[in-house]
Design a protein. Structure first.
Ligand code: PMP
Ligand code: GLN
Length: 368
């Protein structure tokens, strides 16, 4: 869709990335470190110690009810959350292992599971709330279930796990060997005052979970490709065995810049401010589309808006996305792209991580 946007000149609300830059102090820190002699060779395999320490301190502040992670044995820097996802799957999935995946799902999960010889077992999240049906989950779990992938806040729907969801997951996994891969790259984007909660904050899940975050999302820097995984020592050791040979280490000056940003923000003002920042964008975009014929689904988190268009067109979601790019000049993602079997319920995804001017221009085109 990004290619189609480029070909057609459409405003790209398809791919998830902001059209604004990271905060100035972070850019200045990167420039400073880029000009610092001695910051240009390999970083240590698990990540710069000062960055791991800064991450551990922030995670401890934000998850005050959980024990602080040990930066030496529980935190690993990766080339985006993408590398962490692949690394965890390569570390734990063996041929024939089953991995539970909620759909719609981020596009990497299914193919990366299959590349390990694993078998994705899909559980559909029902619109409009995309909340798990835990009875359905129970029916799909077997003695071969090696891993459950959770993504909260969820791409593409924005659904957020509640304390009850975490509790149900913990209950279902109790007494099994299954692990959890908790993709929390949108962790700070939880709206309307709802509590944000990580797998790390549930004691029974913490010991079996790989928890992922992405500085790409947190600092509006998707092109920097820096993410990290927090996991208990035994799980971290397995991930690092793969990371050692996958990328080995993450860009050194970038890690220094991120360490500066975290060290200089001991109250986590940036991270804590993201919810209000993106909630305002969500609300602005929804208001701009009000009365334009779309049914806007609820967005409790993340930076995507799902919309039903059946009162505008009977087309498939792919046809409708192509029509929007070519005829209206706005690129979106058809939600069928997030299902292994192309399930199409007439929804498209808009990314609202955009400047007001971009959202306004896109809305004017969609209304035109
Ligand atoms: N998981 C989800 C749910 C995402 O939306 C993304 C961003 N595309 C990623 C993982 C990958 O994150 P990163 O850009 O840090 O590799
Ligand atoms: N997370 C982003 C999305 O869902 C994009 C990442 C990608 O293009 N692979 O749109």
């Amino acid at each position: 869709m990004t290619l189609l946007a480029q070909e057609t000149g459409a405003i790209n609300l398809a791919q998830g990335f902001p059209d604004y830059d990271p905060p100035q102090p972070l850019l200045q820190a990167l420039a400073r470190h880029a000009l610092t002699p001695g910051h240009h060779q390999y970083a240590p395999m698990p990540g710069l110690p000062r960055l791991r320490e800064a991450i551990a301190a922030q995670v401890a502040r934000l998850h005050a009810d959980a024990p602080a992670p040990d930066p030496a044995t529980e935190i690993t820097l990766t080339a985006g959350a993408t590398e962490a996802l692949y690394g965890v799957l390569a570390a734990v999935v063996r041929p024939g292992d089953e991995v539970l995946v909620f759909e719609p799902a981020y596009d990497l999960y299914g193919p990366a599971i299959r590349l390990q010889g694993g078998v994705p077992r899909y559980v559909r999240l029902p619109a409009p709330h995309f909340r798990p049906d835990w009875d359905a989950v129970r029916r799909v779990l077997t003695s071969r279930t090696r891993l459950v992938i959770v993504n909260t806040p969820h791409n593409p729907s924005g659904a957020v796990f509640t304390a009850d969801d975490w509790h149900e997951l913990a209950r279902l996994l109790d007494g099994t060997d299954a692990l959890v891969l908790s993709d929390e790259v949108y962790e700070h984007l939880v709206f309307d005052g709802a509590p944000r909660m990580s797998a790390r904050q549930h004691p029974a899940l913490r010991e079996r979970s790989f928890v992922l975050s992405s500085f790409g999302k947190t600092y509006h820097a998707t092109g920097w490709k820096v993410g990290y995984c927090v996991a208990p020592p035994a799980l971290t050791a397995e991930l690092r065995r793969v990371h050692q040979f996958l990328t080995f280490a993450v860009s050194t000056p970038t890690q220094h810049a991120l360490a500066d940003a975290l060290e200089q923000d001991p109250d986590d003002a940036h991270a804590r401010g993201l919810a209000a920042f993106y909630q305002a964008k969500r609300d602005e975009f929804r208001q701009l589309l009000d009365g334009a014929g779309y049914e806007l689904l609820p967005v409790p988190g993340g930076y995507f808006q799902l919309a039903r268009y059946d009162s505008i067109s009977p087309a498939t979601d792919l046809e409708f996305a192509q029509f929007l790019a070519r005829e209206k000049g706005v690129a979106v993602v058809p939600v069928s792209a997030f299902y292994h079997d192309g399930f199409d319920e007439g929804l498209v995804r808009f990314c609202f991580a955009k400047e007001s001017a971009t959202l306004q221009a896109a809305a004017a085109r969609l209304r035109g």
